[in-house]
Design a protein around this ligand. Structure first.
Ligand SMILES: *[C@@H]1O[C@H](CO)[C@@H](O)[C@H](O)[C@H]1NC(C)=O
Ligand SMILES: *[C@@H]1O[C@H](CO)[C@@H](O)[C@H](O)[C@H]1NC(C)=O
Ligand SMILES: *[C@@H]1O[C@H](CO)[C@@H](O)[C@H](O)[C@H]1NC(C)=O
Ligand SMILES: *[C@@H]1O[C@H](CO)[C@@H](O)[C@H](O)[C@H]1NC(C)=O
Ligand SMILES: *[C@@H]1O[C@H](CO)[C@@H](O)[C@H](O)[C@H]1NC(C)=O
Ligand SMILES: *[C@@H]1O[C@H](CO)[C@@H](O)[C@H](O)[C@H]1NC(C)=O
Ligand SMILES: *[C@@H]1O[C@H](CO)[C@@H](O)[C@H](O)[C@H]1NC(C)=O
Ligand SMILES: *[C@@H]1O[C@H](CO)[C@@H](O)[C@H](O)[C@H]1NC(C)=O
Ligand SMILES: CC(=O)N[C@H]1CO[C@H](CO)[C@@H](O)[C@@H]1O
Length: 504
């Protein structure tokens, strides 16, 4: 008798905002070959992405409006001080006049002018106050509207997550029941199809596919800040692994002058409680950029921020705990936009953090622009070992590392990239592949893998985006008494984009 094989079908059918899972009503079924089968689909547009975009814009508007109102209030303050001074002077003059009498017409005119002036000032002030009141009321209404929208969003979100969890639990139970009914000798062990690849392990962690993109947010500086990077702490089991960072470059698309970190996803979503680091220094009237970053290859790794130092072939590292900056030169490395990625400026160096540690990707003056992978010592910033690939760095849009394997991207259309190449630093083997990654906009300025949640973080023309990963599943020999060819290709859903909202 052949044992029933457990299978989970995963069909993604959405465009950009795939974020809700629908489980088919039909009870767990068995197909012709006696397999337990259940279907999962992603449905488009359930999560109100448009509401998030509206909140983004409203928040941006508030910041501008509030600054505007503050300016007006400062102006009023000065006029009131002036009014007060004039009033004091008038009181003195009137007192003198009552004591000594009016001497002549000049005296009288002087007092008359002062009174007229005061009346005019008082009118101006009340007009400004009146206008400010009205404007403040509108602002207040808008704040109320936004907070109720935010509240709705959160409420929606919690329900969605809970519902999804309930569905997953039901599904697990159904699969277990089905497996048991088939007399599976592994009964009692977790269902094979639902095991996620272990965080930190590199056992057969071969990338097989990526999900649709999930647009998390626009960066905090706005639409015009098209270059930059974002993500979490990419060091395996980092102490603060839920901390987010967002680092938009200046609009010159070169200098990283400032970046922000957020302790929680909630804070990131609402742009709240940020810790902002400023890397430029003022000297008199000029700004000094020596400690600033250059290009979009930065990452946060083990609570330090790693980046290419401005105008140099140095690697820089800022310790978030004490703000201290350390730098180290990479001899012979191409720098200052000499060998960047394709259609991306100033990214001569690209950091990555994975299960195996800290990496930096670059090219060298004497490597004819070939992409070099360097293993970096996190403390000393020294490059411990390098691997030279056959790829032209300038022909690749971006790269990321998983378990010491470099994956490289190239553009196939404005909304699609292909992961077309990989290089294994363990074996020195290169391979071609073709995994399509959809984008919301043309250019992926920064693409990084996070070993702590198996997601890819992309900074896509100012939008912050994540992808879930599908790894190849290798059935364990002890798990099935009858090995099947089909098991080899079965997909495993490593994690679902929407679960991020559970952090709220
Ligand atoms: C990756 O998944 C998509 C569906 O999201 C599918 O159309 C595509 O064929 C898959 N690619 C590979 C290489 O399996
Ligand atoms: C933001 O301001 C712009 C310009 O004044 C306006 O068109 C837009 O509706 C505002 N957005 C929100 C969400 O208040
Ligand atoms: C008040 O009187 C003093 C002395 O006469 C003069 O210097 C000052 O400018 C006056 N202030 C105003 C606001 O007119
Ligand atoms: C008016 O009286 C003031 C002193 O109170 C004096 O300084 C001024 O010269 C007089 N003007 C005329 C036109 O007499
Ligand atoms: C007082 O000043 C106002 C404005 O300058 C003028 O219109 C008015 O005629 C003056 N009054 C006298 C009595 O001069
Ligand atoms: C204040 O504004 C209201 C309407 O906005 C207007 O009717 C009133 O005349 C204004 N008062 C002043 C002193 O400008
Ligand atoms: C709140 O904003 C939304 C989106 O612009 C709008 O449709 C709605 O009418 C607003 N509600 C109030 C009470 O202003
Ligand atoms: C992170 O830093 C701590 C000390 O601050 C160290 O013990 C740990 O090994 C580091 N982790 C990685 C992945 O480098
Ligand atoms: C570490 C590990 O589990 N490696 C296995 C990966 O899969 C191949 C077969 O596809 C095995 O031969 C390896 O032992």
């Amino acid at each position: 008798m052949t044992m029933p094989l457990l299978r989970l079908f995963f069909t993604a059918i959405s465009l950009v905002t795939a974020d809700h899972i629908i489980f088919h009503d039909a009870a767990m079924s068995r197909d012709a070959s006696n397999e337990c089968v259940c279907h999962i689909e992603y449905e488009d547009g359930i999560f109100p992405t448009h509401v998030v975009i509206f909140l983004d814009e409203a928040l941006m508007n508030f910041t501008t409006d509030t600054e505007h109102e503050e300016e007006k209030i400062t102006a009023i303050h000065f006029r009131i001080v002036e009014f007060h001074d004039k009033l004091v002077n008038l009181t003195v003059t009137v007192k003198e006049t009552t004591e000594n009498g009016l001497k002549n017409e000049t005296d009288y005119n002087r007092i008359n002018d002062t009174i007229t002036d005061l009346m005019k000032t008082s009118k101006d002030i009340s007009a400004i106050l009146n206008a400010t009141d009205a404007r403040l009321e509108i602002l207040l209404n808008e704040v109320n509207n936004v907070s109720s929208t935010t509240w709705k969003l959160e409420k929606y979100d919690k329900h969605n997550v809970l519902a999804t969890r309930r569905e997953v639990t039901t599904l697990r139970k159904q699969l277990a029941d089905c497996e048991e009914a088939g007399g599976n000798p592994n009964f009692g062990l977790p269902s094979a199809g639902l095991i996620r690849p272990a965080i930190g392990s590199c056992n057969n962690k071969t990338l097989l596919n990526v999900s649709k993109p999930l647009v998390v947010k626009l960066n905090w500086r706005g639409f015009s800040y098209k270059y930059g990077g974002w993500g979490k702490d990419f060091a395996l089991k980092a102490k603060d692994k839920d901390k987010f960072w967002v680092a938009p470059l200046n609009t010159d698309e070169r200098i990283m002058e400032t970046y922000r970190t957020y302790q929680t996803y909630h804070d990131l979503m609402l742009y709240k409680h940020q810790d902002e680091k400023s890397l430029s220094k003022k000297s008199g009237l000029t700004l000094i950029y020596g400690n600033c970053g250059q290009g979009s290859g930065m990452i946060l790794y083990n609570n330090s921020f790693y980046y290419n130092c401005y105008n140099s072939r140095n690697l820089c590292k800022q310790n978030l705990a004490n703000n201290q900056i350390k730098r180290e030169k990479v001899n012979n490395a191409a720098f200052n936009n000499q060998v960047s990625y394709k259609n991306i400026k100033w990214q001569d160096f690209d950091f990555a953090g994975d299960e195996k540690g800290l990496w930096v990707v670059h090219a060298a003056e004497n490597s004819k622009g070939k992409l070099i992978i360097g293993k970096v010592h996190p403390k000393s910033l020294k490059i411990l070992k390098t691997w030279t690939t056959t790829l032209d760095k300038s022909q690749v849009t971006n790269t990321f590392m998983i378990c010491g394997v470099l994956y490289a991207l190239k553009q196939v259309s404005p909304h699609r990239e292909s992961i077309f190449y990989k290089y294994d630093t363990q074996t020195g083997k290169e391979e071609k592949l073709d995994i399509i990654m959809e984008k919301v906009s043309d250019t992926p300025q920064s693409v990084s893998y996070n070993p702590n949640d198996h997601k890819i973080y992309m900074y896509n023309d100012g939008y912050l985006i994540t992808y879930d990963l599908l790894f190849n599943y290798q059935p364990l020999k002890t798990r099935r008494s009858v090995p099947s060819n089909e098991g080899q290709g079965a997909l495993m859903l490593s994690s679902v984009g929407r679960t991020q909202f559970a952090v709220v």
